[in-house]
Design a protein around this ligand. Sequence first.
Ligand SMILES: Nc1nc2c(c(=O)[nH]1)N[C@H]1C(S)=C(S)[C@@H](COP(=O)(O)O)O[C@H]1N2
Ligand SMILES: [Mo]
Length: 225
Amino acid sequence: MARRAFIQRAGAGTALAVFGGIYTIADDGLMATARAARRPDGRPRLPPGQKLLKDLKPMGGQAGDPSRAAWRLKVHGEVQKPVELDLRALLKLPNVEQELDVHCVTGWSVFGAPWRGVRLSTIAELAKVKGAAKHVIFEAAHGYTANVRLDEALEPSVMIAHRLRGRPLAQQHGAPVRGVVPDLYFWKSAKWITGVKFVRRDDPGFWEVRGYNNHADPWLEERYA
Ligand SMILES: Nc1nc2c(c(=O)[nH]1)N[C@H]1C(S)=C(S)[C@@H](COP(=O)(O)O)O[C@H]1N2
Ligand SMILES: [Mo]
């Protein structure tokens, strides 16, 4: 198809796709557009003090076992039905693909990357979380943990994700499976996830005991304790 015909047929979607492909922190015009964007809840789409990147920056961490066959997710704590899911079981649950924005405390954000996986709320229903539970501890390889308030962890945007942009997660981004908690700073999104523990009492995680904020709301710039 000729390019012009394609553009006419594709209409406004093409402009958005092209726009989405050329985000760069160097372009002041696009940064201004990003800064003007609003979320449905009225908050600015780009939290204060953040710059837009086109793609996730690999931020390191002690990687877990990338084997899809060996992966297990232990769902435990204040639940009536503790479960251990392998990847096949995760894929059999209702999976969703959601375009989410993420915000790293080091000052970069990525808009609208499509993540695929299972909502944490689906897993909470499966395990029958008890009313006593008030917090979720995301557990990962080598003892990494991240704590999130239960009400925030049950938001529909919070996922146990195994694909990004239509591909299996890259090893450096948490393969085979990671947590995604998009509305809190990205350290709450545990890569190489191994467990989800529902607890009564809060239990500050890896970064939270190293000077980072226990709650981590990017719009309130809750960066440090
Ligand atoms: N298991 C584990 N998960 C982790 C980390 C880590 O060190 N280990 N780092 C966190 C931090 S500080 C950030 S900013 C994001 C970075 O994710 P990315 O490397 O995919 O960009 O992962 C988070 N999840
Ligand atoms: Mo980070």
